[in-house]
Design a binder for this molecule. Structure first.
Ligand SMILES: [Zn+2]
Length: 345
Protein backbone atom coordinates (compact mmCIF):
# COMPACT_ATOMS: atom_id res chain seq x y z
CA UNK A 1 0.00 0.00 0.00
CA UNK A 2 1.06 3.60 -0.58
CA UNK A 3 1.03 5.94 2.42
CA UNK A 4 2.05 9.51 3.23
CA UNK A 5 4.48 9.82 6.12
CA UNK A 6 7.82 11.21 7.27
CA UNK A 7 11.16 9.79 6.17
CA UNK A 8 14.77 10.89 6.44
CA UNK A 9 17.12 10.51 3.48
CA UNK A 10 20.34 11.12 5.40
CA UNK A 11 21.31 10.70 9.06
CA UNK A 12 21.08 14.09 10.68
CA UNK A 13 19.03 15.39 7.74
CA UNK A 14 15.51 16.85 7.71
CA UNK A 15 12.22 14.96 7.81
CA UNK A 16 10.58 14.68 4.38
CA UNK A 17 6.80 14.35 4.12
CA UNK A 18 6.32 12.06 1.13
CA UNK A 19 4.43 9.13 -0.38
CA UNK A 20 6.05 5.70 -0.23
CA UNK A 21 5.23 2.03 -0.32
CA UNK A 22 4.58 -0.01 2.85
CA UNK A 23 5.19 -3.67 2.03
CA UNK A 24 2.98 -6.62 2.85
CA UNK A 25 4.18 -8.42 6.00
CA UNK A 26 6.66 -11.20 5.27
CA UNK A 27 6.87 -14.47 7.26
CA UNK A 28 7.21 -13.62 10.96
CA UNK A 29 6.07 -10.02 10.48
CA UNK A 30 2.95 -7.99 11.21
CA UNK A 31 1.66 -4.78 9.64
CA UNK A 32 0.19 -2.19 11.99
CA UNK A 33 -2.16 0.69 11.44
CA UNK A 34 -0.32 3.16 13.66
CA UNK A 35 -2.56 4.99 16.16
CA UNK A 36 0.17 7.14 17.71
CA UNK A 37 3.95 7.34 18.06
CA UNK A 38 5.97 8.90 20.87
CA UNK A 39 8.28 11.87 20.29
CA UNK A 40 11.27 12.09 22.61
CA UNK A 41 14.98 12.76 22.73
CA UNK A 42 15.81 9.17 21.72
CA UNK A 43 13.99 9.71 18.41
CA UNK A 44 16.10 12.82 17.81
CA UNK A 45 19.25 10.80 18.65
CA UNK A 46 18.17 8.12 16.16
CA UNK A 47 17.52 10.71 13.43
CA UNK A 48 20.93 12.26 14.09
CA UNK A 49 22.56 8.87 13.50
CA UNK A 50 23.81 8.44 17.08
CA UNK A 51 22.69 4.81 17.32
CA UNK A 52 23.79 3.80 13.81
CA UNK A 53 24.50 5.74 10.65
CA UNK A 54 24.91 3.25 7.81
CA UNK A 55 23.64 4.78 4.57
CA UNK A 56 22.38 1.34 3.46
CA UNK A 57 19.46 1.64 5.87
CA UNK A 58 18.12 4.84 4.24
CA UNK A 59 15.57 6.22 3.58
CA UNK A 60 14.03 5.52 6.96
CA UNK A 61 10.78 6.26 8.82
CA UNK A 62 11.79 7.32 12.39
CA UNK A 63 9.84 6.71 15.60
CA UNK A 64 10.03 3.68 17.88
CA UNK A 65 7.35 4.31 20.55
CA UNK A 66 4.59 2.91 18.38
CA UNK A 67 1.05 2.05 19.40
CA UNK A 68 -1.24 0.51 16.79
CA UNK A 69 -3.50 -2.29 15.72
CA UNK A 70 -2.47 -5.37 13.73
CA UNK A 71 -4.16 -5.24 10.33
CA UNK A 72 -2.22 -7.93 8.45
CA UNK A 73 0.08 -10.81 9.44
CA UNK A 74 2.72 -12.72 7.50
CA UNK A 75 3.02 -16.49 7.14
CA UNK A 76 3.52 -18.39 10.38
CA UNK A 77 2.41 -15.59 12.71
CA UNK A 78 0.02 -16.86 15.38
CA UNK A 79 0.46 -13.99 17.84
CA UNK A 80 -0.43 -11.18 17.82
CA UNK A 81 -3.62 -11.72 15.80
CA UNK A 82 -5.27 -9.43 13.28
CA UNK A 83 -7.28 -6.80 15.18
CA UNK A 84 -5.14 -6.94 18.33
CA UNK A 85 -3.77 -3.73 19.78
CA UNK A 86 -0.01 -3.69 20.34
CA UNK A 87 2.97 -1.51 21.25
CA UNK A 88 6.44 -1.83 19.73
CA UNK A 89 9.48 -3.26 21.52
CA UNK A 90 12.39 -0.98 20.51
CA UNK A 91 15.23 -3.50 20.05
CA UNK A 92 15.40 -5.86 17.05
CA UNK A 93 16.17 -8.99 19.05
CA UNK A 94 16.61 -12.58 17.85
CA UNK A 95 14.19 -14.18 20.30
CA UNK A 96 16.34 -17.34 20.41
CA UNK A 97 19.64 -16.67 22.22
CA UNK A 98 20.21 -17.40 25.91
CA UNK A 99 19.42 -13.80 26.94
CA UNK A 100 16.20 -13.72 24.92
CA UNK A 101 15.13 -17.14 26.19
CA UNK A 102 15.71 -16.08 29.79
CA UNK A 103 13.68 -12.88 29.47
CA UNK A 104 16.68 -10.53 29.34
CA UNK A 105 15.68 -9.32 25.88
CA UNK A 106 17.72 -6.11 25.93
CA UNK A 107 20.92 -8.19 26.32
CA UNK A 108 20.28 -10.16 23.08
CA UNK A 109 23.67 -11.20 21.65
CA UNK A 110 22.31 -11.08 18.09
CA UNK A 111 20.88 -7.56 18.29
CA UNK A 112 20.04 -6.47 14.73
CA UNK A 113 19.45 -2.82 15.57
CA UNK A 114 16.51 -0.66 16.50
CA UNK A 115 13.06 0.22 15.21
CA UNK A 116 13.22 3.64 13.59
CA UNK A 117 16.89 3.06 12.70
CA UNK A 118 17.22 -0.36 10.99
CA UNK A 119 13.49 -0.77 10.28
CA UNK A 120 10.76 1.75 9.62
CA UNK A 121 8.99 3.20 12.65
CA UNK A 122 5.86 5.12 13.54
CA UNK A 123 6.28 8.51 11.85
CA UNK A 124 3.91 7.07 9.22
CA UNK A 125 0.33 5.78 9.50
CA UNK A 126 1.29 2.16 8.70
CA UNK A 127 4.41 0.16 9.50
CA UNK A 128 5.67 -3.44 9.39
CA UNK A 129 7.39 -5.01 12.43
CA UNK A 130 8.69 -8.44 13.40
CA UNK A 131 5.82 -10.16 15.25
CA UNK A 132 8.11 -10.64 18.27
CA UNK A 133 8.41 -6.84 18.55
CA UNK A 134 4.64 -6.41 18.88
CA UNK A 135 3.66 -6.60 22.57
CA UNK A 136 -0.06 -6.82 23.30
CA UNK A 137 -1.58 -3.68 24.84
CA UNK A 138 -5.01 -3.28 26.54
CA UNK A 139 -7.66 -1.35 24.56
CA UNK A 140 -8.48 0.87 27.55
CA UNK A 141 -5.36 3.10 27.43
CA UNK A 142 -5.70 6.14 25.11
CA UNK A 143 -3.22 5.94 22.22
CA UNK A 144 -1.11 9.03 22.92
CA UNK A 145 -0.82 8.08 26.62
CA UNK A 146 0.14 4.53 25.67
CA UNK A 147 3.11 5.70 23.59
CA UNK A 148 4.94 6.47 26.86
CA UNK A 149 4.78 2.82 27.93
CA UNK A 150 7.26 0.99 25.67
CA UNK A 151 10.27 3.21 26.53
CA UNK A 152 9.61 6.18 28.84
CA UNK A 153 7.83 3.99 31.43
CA UNK A 154 9.41 0.58 30.73
CA UNK A 155 12.97 1.92 31.14
CA UNK A 156 12.19 3.17 34.69
CA UNK A 157 10.56 -0.14 35.62
CA UNK A 158 13.74 -1.99 34.57
CA UNK A 159 15.85 0.44 36.63
CA UNK A 160 13.71 0.38 39.78
CA UNK A 161 12.90 -3.33 39.77
CA UNK A 162 15.97 -5.05 38.36
CA UNK A 163 18.97 -2.69 38.47
CA UNK A 164 18.59 -0.31 41.44
CA UNK A 165 16.24 -2.69 43.29
CA UNK A 166 14.50 0.15 45.06
CA UNK A 167 12.70 -0.77 48.27
CA UNK A 168 10.55 1.33 50.66
CA UNK A 169 12.65 3.94 52.41
CA UNK A 170 15.33 4.25 49.73
CA UNK A 171 16.35 7.87 49.19
CA UNK A 172 16.50 8.24 45.40
CA UNK A 173 17.97 11.20 43.51
CA UNK A 174 17.02 11.34 39.81
CA UNK A 175 19.30 13.62 37.75
CA UNK A 176 17.31 15.01 34.81
CA UNK A 177 13.91 14.42 36.39
CA UNK A 178 11.81 16.63 34.12
CA UNK A 179 12.43 14.80 30.84
CA UNK A 180 10.38 12.04 29.24
CA UNK A 181 12.14 9.19 31.00
CA UNK A 182 12.94 11.31 34.08
CA UNK A 183 9.41 12.21 35.13
CA UNK A 184 8.33 8.58 34.81
CA UNK A 185 11.48 7.52 36.72
CA UNK A 186 10.28 9.72 39.59
CA UNK A 187 6.79 8.16 39.45
CA UNK A 188 8.17 4.63 39.31
CA UNK A 189 10.67 5.14 42.16
CA UNK A 190 7.82 6.53 44.29
CA UNK A 191 5.68 3.50 43.40
CA UNK A 192 8.54 1.26 44.63
CA UNK A 193 8.50 3.10 47.97
CA UNK A 194 11.39 5.52 47.46
CA UNK A 195 11.61 9.08 48.75
CA UNK A 196 12.50 10.85 45.51
CA UNK A 197 14.45 14.04 44.80
CA UNK A 198 13.98 15.16 41.19
CA UNK A 199 17.01 17.18 40.04
CA UNK A 200 16.11 19.53 37.19
CA UNK A 201 17.44 22.89 36.05
CA UNK A 202 14.29 24.03 34.18
CA UNK A 203 11.85 25.35 36.77
CA UNK A 204 8.88 25.01 34.38
CA UNK A 205 9.25 21.24 34.92
CA UNK A 206 9.02 21.40 38.73
CA UNK A 207 5.21 21.00 38.83
CA UNK A 208 5.40 17.80 36.78
CA UNK A 209 8.01 16.42 39.21
CA UNK A 210 5.73 17.30 42.15
CA UNK A 211 2.73 15.64 40.46
CA UNK A 212 4.89 12.53 39.95
CA UNK A 213 5.40 12.40 43.72
CA UNK A 214 8.95 13.76 43.88
CA UNK A 215 10.51 16.85 45.42
CA UNK A 216 11.96 19.12 42.71
CA UNK A 217 15.53 20.22 43.40
CA UNK A 218 17.24 22.97 41.44
CA UNK A 219 20.39 21.60 39.78
CA UNK A 220 21.83 24.40 37.67
CA UNK A 221 25.22 24.00 39.40
CA UNK A 222 26.07 20.63 40.92
CA UNK A 223 28.20 22.08 43.73
CA UNK A 224 25.16 24.04 44.94
CA UNK A 225 22.67 21.15 45.05
CA UNK A 226 20.80 20.92 48.33
CA UNK A 227 18.78 17.73 48.84
CA UNK A 228 17.47 18.68 52.29
CA UNK A 229 13.95 19.64 51.05
CA UNK A 230 13.49 16.03 49.90
CA UNK A 231 14.38 14.12 53.07
CA UNK A 232 16.60 16.14 55.40
CA UNK A 233 20.35 15.91 55.77
CA UNK A 234 20.87 12.24 54.82
CA UNK A 235 22.68 11.25 51.65
CA UNK A 236 20.86 9.40 48.86
CA UNK A 237 21.03 5.59 48.81
CA UNK A 238 20.43 5.60 45.04
CA UNK A 239 21.36 8.09 42.31
CA UNK A 240 19.87 7.58 38.84
CA UNK A 241 21.73 9.65 36.23
CA UNK A 242 19.80 10.50 33.05
CA UNK A 243 22.12 13.38 32.10
CA UNK A 244 25.40 11.48 31.87
CA UNK A 245 27.88 14.35 31.92
CA UNK A 246 31.23 14.21 33.69
CA UNK A 247 29.82 16.64 36.27
CA UNK A 248 26.58 14.71 36.89
CA UNK A 249 28.35 11.34 37.25
CA UNK A 250 30.95 12.83 39.59
CA UNK A 251 28.23 14.43 41.72
CA UNK A 252 26.25 11.19 41.77
CA UNK A 253 29.17 9.09 42.98
CA UNK A 254 30.34 11.69 45.52
CA UNK A 255 26.91 12.35 47.02
CA UNK A 256 25.92 8.72 47.72
CA UNK A 257 25.76 7.20 51.19
CA UNK A 258 28.37 4.49 51.96
CA UNK A 259 27.15 1.38 50.14
CA UNK A 260 25.04 3.43 47.72
CA UNK A 261 24.07 2.56 44.13
CA UNK A 262 24.72 4.74 41.08
CA UNK A 263 22.62 3.80 38.03
CA UNK A 264 23.90 4.96 34.63
CA UNK A 265 21.61 5.12 31.57
CA UNK A 266 23.42 7.34 29.05
CA UNK A 267 25.64 6.19 26.19
CA UNK A 268 27.46 9.37 25.17
CA UNK A 269 30.93 8.76 23.81
CA UNK A 270 34.00 10.46 25.30
CA UNK A 271 32.61 10.95 28.82
CA UNK A 272 35.37 10.24 31.31
CA UNK A 273 34.02 10.36 34.88
CA UNK A 274 36.55 10.67 37.72
CA UNK A 275 35.70 7.48 39.64
CA UNK A 276 38.67 6.07 41.53
CA UNK A 277 38.81 2.36 42.45
CA UNK A 278 39.89 3.45 45.94
CA UNK A 279 36.69 5.45 46.37
CA UNK A 280 34.52 2.66 44.97
CA UNK A 281 36.06 0.14 47.41
CA UNK A 282 36.32 2.26 50.55
CA UNK A 283 32.72 3.52 50.13
CA UNK A 284 31.54 0.17 48.77
CA UNK A 285 29.72 1.81 45.88
CA UNK A 286 27.70 -0.17 43.35
CA UNK A 287 27.81 1.31 39.84
CA UNK A 288 25.37 -0.32 37.43
CA UNK A 289 24.39 0.25 33.85
CA UNK A 290 20.76 -0.16 32.85
CA UNK A 291 19.84 -1.04 29.30
CA UNK A 292 16.20 -0.51 28.18
CA UNK A 293 13.75 -3.20 29.36
CA UNK A 294 12.35 -6.62 28.49
CA UNK A 295 9.16 -7.37 26.60
CA UNK A 296 7.70 -8.78 29.83
CA UNK A 297 8.46 -5.46 31.53
CA UNK A 298 6.60 -3.60 28.75
CA UNK A 299 3.56 -5.77 29.44
CA UNK A 300 3.88 -5.13 33.21
CA UNK A 301 4.01 -1.38 32.54
CA UNK A 302 0.83 -1.57 30.46
CA UNK A 303 -0.87 -3.23 33.44
CA UNK A 304 0.40 -0.53 35.81
CA UNK A 305 -0.95 2.21 33.52
CA UNK A 306 -4.28 0.42 32.94
CA UNK A 307 -4.66 0.07 36.72
CA UNK A 308 -3.96 3.77 37.31
CA UNK A 309 -0.74 3.12 39.28
CA UNK A 310 1.45 4.98 36.77
CA UNK A 311 0.17 8.06 34.92
CA UNK A 312 1.81 8.76 31.55
CA UNK A 313 2.99 12.35 31.17
CA UNK A 314 2.45 13.20 27.49
CA UNK A 315 2.18 16.98 27.31
CA UNK A 316 2.16 17.60 23.53
CA UNK A 317 -0.15 15.48 21.33
CA UNK A 318 -0.08 16.70 17.74
CA UNK A 319 -1.30 15.74 14.26
CA UNK A 320 1.35 14.78 11.70
CA UNK A 321 2.06 18.39 10.72
CA UNK A 322 2.96 19.22 14.34
CA UNK A 323 5.94 16.85 14.70
CA UNK A 324 8.58 19.50 13.91
CA UNK A 325 7.04 21.76 16.56
CA UNK A 326 7.54 19.06 19.21
CA UNK A 327 11.09 18.41 17.97
CA UNK A 328 11.86 22.09 18.56
CA UNK A 329 10.45 21.96 22.09
CA UNK A 330 12.66 18.93 22.78
CA UNK A 331 15.77 20.68 21.47
CA UNK A 332 14.94 23.78 23.53
CA UNK A 333 14.49 21.65 26.65
CA UNK A 334 10.96 22.97 27.19
CA UNK A 335 8.96 19.77 26.59
CA UNK A 336 7.51 18.33 29.79
CA UNK A 337 7.39 14.54 29.76
CA UNK A 338 6.85 13.09 26.29
CA UNK A 339 5.27 14.27 23.06
CA UNK A 340 3.28 12.13 20.63
CA UNK A 341 1.96 12.23 17.09
CA UNK A 342 -1.64 10.96 16.88
CA UNK A 343 -2.47 9.60 13.41
CA UNK A 344 -6.22 9.96 14.09
CA UNK A 345 -6.02 13.74 14.56
ZN1 LIG B 1 18.58 -12.88 21.31
Amino acid sequence: MTVNGYRIHQWGGPLHWEAFEVADPQPGEVRLRVEACGIGLTVLNCIRGDLANESATLPRVPGHEIVGRVEAVGAGVTSPAIGQRVMAYFYLICGACEACRSGQDSLCVNLAGWIGVHRDGGYAPYTVLPARNAVVLPDSIPAAQATAIPDAIATPLHVCKTRARITPGDRVAVIGAGGGVGVHMVEMAVLFGGLVAGLEWTEQKFDAIRRAGGTPIRSRAFEAIDLRPAWGADRPTVVIDLVGSRASLAWGAASLVLGGRLVVLTTFRDVDPPLSPREIVLRELTIVGSRYASRAELAECAQLVAAGRIHPVVSHVVPAEGIEHVHRALRDGTLIGRGAVDWNL
